[in-house]
Ligand binder design. Structure first.
Ligand SMILES: Nc1ncnc2c1ncn2[C@@H]1O[C@H](COP(=O)(O)OP(=O)(O)OP(=O)(O)O)[C@@H](O)[C@H]1O
Length: 359
């Protein structure tokens, strides 16, 4: 169904390294330090997310990957090649290996879906029959069959971004850059486009670098994340670890805003419960990865039959590397049995917090 070339395994390609990279802009108001001493290694075949608020330096960082900005100091290497040392001809060749998708799609409004996707191939000098064949394969890949001859204006936001993705893949890139590609979309369409990116990464084994201000995007599809603040990387790691144990206040803010949107509601429930049922203890359990599958609560009840259990609230979220879940329990019963059950949970190495103790 798809061309061989499109599905060539890209393993071993796409390694990106930022080495001591700083970037300053000289402006009328003075020097702007957009990027400060960034060191970053992005392994091939990974989806790497860079998160930060507006002005953190995300765009500047990503633009250095395709040579649109040059570092003031330091180097940006792709597969061992230093981008800012390439001459114009080799930079053009290198840019063909990088596809990019944008927040506002950047489509050509006077061209149809298939013409938009063929455009980069036209620039690359591919003949018309090949262009059409390749564009058709890409249309199938991104789920736009039947929409070939439509104009972008008559497509939904999600469909426009699918065209953007297909166009970005036209030259068989090793790396796909995503610049806030879901920021203009509603939550449901965001998830659709993120699922598409994940599917493409799996099928083509390309490296995806995405910048975003939404932790949801990171959680849903990224393997690794770097948090950028004031041009510096303040925290970096595997997504599950960062979610599990965020270190910096800004990271904690991103994580708590996303990880548990029902937390406020839960806190109301907890307040009510504390007032309504002053007896016993209220416990919060946090599960990570495979722990979420363990029958922890039923084992506890089995072990401590005199303890009564009330499940107050709970949720589970999927990350790329496993689940993260929170469960709120109220337990009542003889003090020693309550002590025993809390110890039992802690011994299972489930994060156990007693939110409210007996009165
Ligand atoms: N060409 C430029 N000239 C001067 N200053 C610039 C230039 N490009 C970026 N900056 C400054 O560098 C800093 C980082 O900007 P950048 O656009 O990379 O941040 P960002 O995290 O992508 O923010 P946003 O999401 O708002 O685009 C900002 O202070 C910005 O004003």
């Amino acid at each position: 169904m798809f061309g061989r070339k499109l599905f060539v395994c890209k393993g071993g390609l796409g390694l990106i390294e930022f080495k001591d990279v700083s970037k300053t802009f000289e402006t009328k108001e003075g020097t702007v330090h957009a990027i400060k001493d960034v060191n970053l290694k992005i392994e091939n075949g990974k989806i790497y997310g860079i998160i930060g608020y507006s002005g953190a330096g995300k765009t500047t960082l990503i633009r250095m990957l395709n040579g649109l900005e040059k570092p003031t100091t330091g180097s940006v290497d792709i597969n061992g090649v230093e981008i800012n040392r390439l001459d114009a001809k080799n930079l053009r060749v290198q840019r063909h290996k990088i596809g990019m998708i944008f927040q506002h799609f950047n489509l050509l409004w006077s061209r149809t879906v298939i013409e938009n996707i063929m455009f980069p191939l036209e620039i690359a000098g591919v003949d018309r029959t090949q262009r059409q064949k390749k564009a058709q394969e890409l249309i199938e890949l991104v789920g736009l069959s039947g929409k070939e001859d439509m104009y972008p204006a008559s497509l939904s936001g999600g469909q426009k971004q699918r065209v953007g993705v297909a166009r970005a893949l036209a030259n068989d890139p090793e790396i796909l850059l995503s610049d806030e590609a879901t920021s203009a979309l509603d939550p449901e369409t965001t998830d659709e486009v993120l699922d598409l990116l994940l599917d493409i990464k799996k099928r083509l084994n390309i490296t995806i670098v995405l910048i975003t201000h939404e932790m949801h995007v990171i959680r849903k599809i990224c393997d690794n994340v770097a948090v950028l603040d004031g041009g510096k990387i303040i925290e970096e790691g595997e997504v599950l670890n960062v979610f599990k144990n965020p270190q910096q206040p800004l990271t904690k803010r991103f994580v708590s805003a996303e990880a548990d949107p029902s937390r406020q509601e839960t806190e109301v429930v907890l307040d009510e419960l504390v007032t309504k049922y002053p007896d016993g203890r209220i416990i919060r359990l946090t599960f990570h990865g495979d722990q979420a599958k363990l029958p922890i609560v039923s084992e506890m009840v089995h072990e401590f039959p005199e303890v009564s259990l009330n499940i107050i609230a709970g949720n589970i979220k999927q990350t790329r590397e496993g689940s993260i879940g929170t469960l709120y329990l109220q337990i009542t019963g003889p003090t020693e049995q309550l002590d025993g059950s809390v110890e039992f949970l802690k011994n299972l190495r489930v994060e156990t917090e007693v939110i409210k103790d007996e009165q």
